[in-house]
Design a protein around this ligand. Structure first.
Ligand code: NAG
Ligand code: NAG
Ligand code: NAG
Ligand code: NAG
Ligand code: NAG
Ligand code: NAG
Ligand code: NAG
Ligand code: NAG
Ligand code: NAG
Ligand code: NAG
Ligand code: NAG
Ligand code: NAG
Length: 590
């Protein structure tokens, strides 16, 4: 049985389990299916217009808007490069009888917090989002004037008047638009400023104003993403997670579910402050070996605001922290690639990086923070001289982008809930799907016994998990209400009221003193040399910080290596490294 069948089986198991567990009062919450494409990022299936045009929309927790790639973009791309468009879908307003241009078809520039930008016009049209279960019967389109309805023939949520941006130019040749789940942006004078848009522009507000959820809120679980991070780039997965609209499912996490107030983001020019971004303070990072040995990578004074961003496959952190992790995993900085490379075998050490947010510790396997390398010359990975394949560390200095970001590899390991109006985020360690040799699927959590004991219909046909809408707002203990994320406990940070994240411009790494010790150079015959030694790990400089409100970090060089990684071996590689650079940069986000 191939991996595809295994995925299908696990989906069936997941589905029967969710109807069984959703909550004990027989009501449930609508959720959207999340898929992963060949770029390693997550998307939801949607369609737009009349007749329907199929769309893949990138899951985007870092901004509130929905946007599509325009048909015009497809035309310009086809002229250049046909292969680029495989994972892409495009919107043609000309071909939709229900499309209405807004703001006089004016083209405006949208520059998002995470360096993604696009030029676009605003449109309103019908939109359908593929959902996993139905809405209350009373919201069916035949029985009310609701502008949002459940369509059972396509198993989707249907929106009559959905406003979005149609992008004719994008940065980084992005392959998909986005379904934005972020909070409102306060940036007067900018096309991003949310006050100029009505509810039609905000997916969660439309759900809220049609009484389908009790607060502009969602929770996100990607725990069914079982793809090997070191596997082939062509692996894609359907239904590897879900977005629960307006609610929390306790079975999707283990341990404490801890809530945080978001850290305000301050615009550089106007000083305008937004709390709608999922930015929370990270106060400690450590490495844990399989045997349970733990080593601090940060000092006691470390406090770093990090943006959670599902559009990134990479993570951006202070350079001093990356150096500490590189030292533990024996990674080399290869300047010509601007990447840290390490032996792929390190992934098998079963080490983890522990990200600590006050009293909450999130365990991320080191393997999830690694990725394969590719060399066009050999149609394979780069290799060390002892023929070990080389992998890359998916950690990059925050100076590359102007702020710290935890991307997809981190989000896959957490269960995250957001209540946008009260600026709260709650996180817990995600329950993950474990696939056994018999192809059955269980959820690794305290409630996993429910997963396999379901005798209920696996297809859910004809079932409406909701008896009536009121179940959502009043009776359902799992519903997120304004100001309250159910089951979430408060964090034990004393206070970070004064912590803010200042917008800053990206700049190349300028701290050569720090990085030189870890830098490898490529000789003319293609061998990478490194002068690094673990017996001389002291250094004195640290990069400057772009954030304030917390004490500056102190350098905390690790004195020992707890992971049993071999002493450096020169990297044997090939002279054709340039194509790898191109691929790597393209792959940062898509
Ligand atoms: C079921 O709903 C009732 C209120 O109608 C609530 O008191 C009870 O806690 C709910 N039980 C569960 C298991 O959700
Ligand atoms: C979502 O779209 C992808 C890409 O076209 C497709 O492979 C997948 O089957 C779709 N999922 C569903 C449930 O339709
Ligand atoms: C619009 O629809 C027509 C007829 O279905 C089709 O031939 C044409 O290719 C479509 N154009 C675009 C830009 O999708
Ligand atoms: C739907 O709209 C029509 C006309 O706008 C109105 O007459 C009717 O009462 C509405 N029905 C409901 C259930 O609100
Ligand atoms: C699904 O149902 C809606 C409303 O009843 C209808 O407009 C639409 O054409 C149907 N779609 C398909 C694919 O049958
Ligand atoms: C948007 O348009 C402006 C002005 O023409 C241009 O400078 C900018 O590069 C465009 N943005 C993108 C993402 O292409
Ligand atoms: C975008 O793609 C075009 C051709 O497909 C290529 O020439 C260009 O360098 C790419 N831009 C980026 C930023 O990757
Ligand atoms: C939002 O604004 C657009 C454009 O002005 C309008 O067509 C639409 O009806 C508005 N949506 C709501 C829910 O008022
Ligand atoms: C590691 O962190 C803990 C908690 O912050 C602290 O108590 C301990 O002293 C640190 N250990 C080292 C070696 O820095
Ligand atoms: C890592 O875990 C796997 C599976 O649990 C185990 O087979 C392997 O021996 C472990 N690796 C090390 C180095 O302990
Ligand atoms: C590269 O390797 C893959 C499998 O590793 C193979 O499927 C593919 O055909 C190879 N491509 C070329 C151009 O040799
Ligand atoms: C769904 O399950 C019911 C009963 O379990 C069955 O009668 C029905 O045919 C199934 N529908 C589909 C589409 O599989």
């Amino acid at each position: 049985m191939g991996p595809f069948h295994t995925v299908l089986l696990s989906l069936l198991a997941l589905r029967s389990w969710r109807f069984c567990l959703a909550d004990d009062n027989g009501s449930s919450l609508a959720s959207l299916m999340v898929n992963k494409d060949t770029t390693g990022l997550y998307y939801v299936n949607a369609s737009v217009g009349t007749p329907e045009q199929f769309q893949m929309l990138r899951l985007d927790v870092a901004q509130p808007y929905t946007w599509f790639l325009s048909q015009q973009l497809k035309n310009s791309r086809l002229a250049d490069d046909e292969t680029d468009t495989q994972a892409s879908t495009f919107y043609s307003s000309d071909n939709s009888s229900t499309a209405h241009p807004l703001f006089g078809s004016q083209i405006r520039s949208y520059d998002l917090i995470d360096r993604i930008s696009f030029n676009a016009t605003a449109y309103m049209d019908t939109v359908q989002l593929l959902a996993m279960n139905s809405l209350p019967a009373s919201s069916s389109e035949t029985s009310s004037n609701s502008s949002v309805a459940w369509r059972s023939n396509s198993s989707s949520l249907w929106f009559q008047n959905y406003a979005f941006f149609d992008a004719t130019e994008v940065t980084y040749n992005l392959t998909q638009g986005a379904l934005g789940l972020g909070g409102k942006i306060n940036h007067p004078g900018s096309p991003l400023d949310s006050s100029q848009y009505n509810e039609s522009f905000f997916f969660l507000d439309q759900m809220l104003n049609n009484d389908l959820i009790s607060a502009a809120s969602y929770s996100l679980w990607l725990g069914a993403d079982t793809a090997d991070p070191l596997g082939s780039l062509t692996d894609s997965l359907n239904n590897c997670g879900k977005i629960i609209l307006g609610g929390v499912d306790r079975s999707l996490y283990t341990g404490d579910f801890v809530k945080f107030d978001t850290v305000p983001y301050l615009e550089k020019d106007s000083g305008a402050s937004s709390r709608g971004y999922p930015i929370i303070p990270l106060n400690k990072v450590s490495v844990r070996s399989e045997s349970g040995q733990v080593l601090n990578m940060t000092s006691d004074h470390f406090l770093e605001p990090v943006l959670l961003d599902s559009r990134y496959r990479y993570n951006y952190l202070p350079l001093s922290l990356i150096v500490q992790i590189a030292m533990q995993s024996n990674a080399y900085y290869v300047e010509s690639l601007d990447r840290w490379l390490l032996a792929c075998d390190v992934a098998s050490l079963n080490a983890s990086i522990l990200f600590q947010f006050g009293n909450l510790i999130i365990n991320v396997p080191l393997r999830d923070l690694m990725g394969p390398t590719y060399d066009f010359a050999t149609n394979g990975s780069l290799h060390f001289s002892n023929s070990q394949p080389a992998c890359e560390l998916r950690l990059l200095p925050k100076t590359d982008i102007g702020l710290s970001i935890l991307g997809g590899p981190f989000l896959k390991n957490v269960y995250m809930a957001a209540e946008l109006d009260s600026y709260q985020i709650a996180l817990a360690q995600a329950s993950t799907l474990l696939r056994t040799t018999t192809s059955t699927t269980t959820v690794k959590s305290s409630t996993s016994s429910h997963a396999t004991s379901s005798a209920q219909s696996a297809n859910g046909s004809g079932q409406s998990p909701f008896e009536h809408r009121a179940a959502l707002s009043t009776d359902n203990p799992s519903a997120i209400k304004s100001g309250t994320i159910p089951f979430a406990t408060t964090n034990n940070y004393s206070s970070y009221d004064t912590l803010v994240l200042y917008a800053s411009t990206a700049q190349p790494v300028d701290d050569n003193t720090l990085i030189n010790q870890f830098t490898a150079t490529i000789s003319s015959d293609g061998v990478i040399f490194t002068g690094r030694s673990f017996y001389n790990t002291s250094y004195t400089t640290v990069p400057s910080l772009s954030t304030s409100g917390g004490p500056k970090h102190r350098n905390n060089a690790a004195k020992k290596q707890i992971l049993n990684v071999q002493i450096p071996t020169p990297i044997q590689t090939y002279t054709t490294l340039i194509p790898l650079i191109t691929i790597a940069i393209f792959a940062l986000l898509a």
